[in-house]
Design a protein around this ligand. Structure first.
Ligand code: SF4
Length: 210
């Protein structure tokens, strides 16, 4: 299958906004502080950004709350440093319900069908929120991760977009053009906690579910 350069697609959207002289609103799904770093730095130049923390995939709740707490701390420090305003929306945590969608794919390797379902669910929730609340764009910071497939994520985003009238999907591949290096530098300079597993219990104990 032909690979699309989603980094270039993101630049196309930005140049068309610059031509029109617009700074639209954008809802950015983020799963943790380290993943939010560079996407936020990149996006605040062109958008009024609100972060959307919708991650009932994270197990256990203590870990979910730890990642959320770290994101709040990062946002506070980031806004002071960059003199920027960024809002944060947090959704209710319900791992047991979320797990029902993942369970049939428990033995899948990370990056396979289970993760597709997980991405799709979180992005669809985000799109629904964005559209209902009149955001111009929606996107996810997940494309910063070297463990996440930007081709898959952007295709999911483009498919979901078809169901909504107001909100457009912002294509991205934040890891490109040194994005991943800048994210790591920001993680270290802000002193952020970096988890060592993706989120669900199957990503903590993959061998147990084989
Ligand atoms: S490994 Fe990560 S992306 Fe995949 S299903 Fe688990 S939490 Fe979701």
């Amino acid at each position: 299958m032909e690979k699309i350069n989603y980094y270039l697609k993101s630049l196309d959207i930005i140049s068309s906004l610059e031509e029109k002289g617009e700074k639209p609103t954008l809802l950015l799904h983020a799963c943790c502080a380290p993943c939010a770093t560079y996407p936020l730095l990149f996006l605040i130049k062109y958008f009024q950004v609100t972060i959307y923390f919708n991650n009932s995939n994270i197990y256990p709740k203590e870990e979910h709350d730890k990642r959320l707490g770290e994101l709040k701390k990062f946002l506070n420090d980031f806004m002071n440093k960059e003199k920027a305003q960024v809002q944060l929306v947090v959704t209710n945590y319900d791992y047991d319900k979320f797990k029902e969608c993942l369970k049939p794919f428990a033995s899948e390797l990370e990056g396979g069908a289970r993760c597709y379902v997980c991405f799709e669910k979180r992005l669809r929730d985000g799109f629904t929120y964005a559209d209902k609340n009149n955001f111009d764009f929606f996107t996810t910071a997940l494309t910063i991760s070297s463990h996440k497939n930007a081709q898959v994520l952007n295709k999911i985003g483009a498919n979901i977009e078809k169901n909504y009238k107001k909100t457009k999907y912002f294509y991205s591949d934040f890891k490109k053009k040194m994005g991943i290096n800048i994210a790591r530098e920001m993680r270290d300079s802000y002193g952020l906690y970096q988890q060592d597993y993706c989120g669900c219990e199957y990503s903590i104990y993959p061998k147990k579910h084989k």
